[in-house]
Design a protein. Structure first.
Length: 271
């Protein structure tokens, strides 16, 4: 496997879903975008790199079933085949997270190649080449775990909540991405910013969307994810919203987002 697997034609597109601000719909986007991609016949792997493990729970992976996790992967104690679990969704697998990951940042500080642990471990296993997409659900912080995700990834998708403080902290994340690009991963790019929790009844949502598009231009996805009660309910049932209620506006939005992502990836490859 090459040092840049996301750049090969036969390898996966590796997408880090990141925002250091919590509560922006990051994990919800990881779960449902992965499901939408699987629904259009893409083979998808989700790596849950958040110690909270909400992506794992959202796919119905009980904590008692998580014998091995992304902690074992990033520590180098296990390979991808050992930690990977198939979900109930055809073509979609997950590397679950456990609470062990909460201490990983402190341990990574003393490890050699601490920013490349995830890349080094995955680089030893050709099974990654069988996937079309690898989505990494990052923790809500600019930590060493997030750095490992950005070092491995080919691109970054940034969920951004439609609220007053939406742009606060975004510039810090963008600067971090540029530093990672300069020091660790020169091929890293921003896939796009997706606006989440959009409420058409609220003028503030329109204003925030307008401000973000004015600031970032074409980097913002045209698809917006609406605030939708079915999206909020789905994780408590251990299901992506596309399985919980495929007709709701949230499900339809994630299907549109998947299609727009594919178009962007094709355009990026052609450039």
């Amino acid at each position: 496997m090459s040092d840049n697997p996301h750049q090969t034609r036969t390898g996966p597109q590796i997408l880090a879903i990141a925002n250091q601000k919590g509560g922006v719909g990051k994990t919800t986007t990881a779960i449902n975008l992965a499901t939408a991609l699987a629904a259009i016949n893409k083979k998808v792997l989700v790596i849950d790199l958040d110690p909270q493990g909400n992506a794992s729970t959202g796919f119905g992976i009980n904590r008692a079933e998580r014998n091995l996790s992304s902690y074992d992967l990033i520590s180098g104690d296990a390979g991808i085949k050992d930690v990977m679990v198939e979900t109930t969704i055809p073509g979609l697998s997950i590397v679950p997270s456990t609470i062990d990951l909460s201490g990983a940042d402190a341990e990574l500080v003393t490890m050699p190649r601490r920013a490349f642990r995830l890349k080094d471990t995955l680089g030893r296993d050709n099974i990654l080449m069988t996937f079309d997409y690898v989505l990494i659900d990052c923790p809500p912080s600019l930590s060493l775990l997030t750095l490992n995700a950005l070092t491995l990834a080919g691109s970054v998708l940034v969920p951004l909540q439609c609220e007053f403080f939406a742009l606060e902290g975004l510039s810090l994340l963008l600067r971090t991405i540029e530093r990672v690009k300069g020091n660790y991963n020169p091929d890293l790019r921003i896939s796009g910013v997706v606006l989440t929790m959009f409420d058409r009844r609220n003028r503030l949502s329109d204003q925030v969307a307008s401000d973000v598009r004015g600031y970032l231009g074409d980097a913002v996805f045209k698809t917006v994810i609406p605030r939708n009660v079915r999206v909020s309910e789905a994780p408590s049932h251990g299901k992506p919203v596309l399985l919980y209620d495929h007709r709701c506006s949230g499900s339809q939005a994630y299907m549109k987002l998947a299609s727009e992502l594919l178009r962007r990836e094709r355009k990026a490859k052609a450039a």
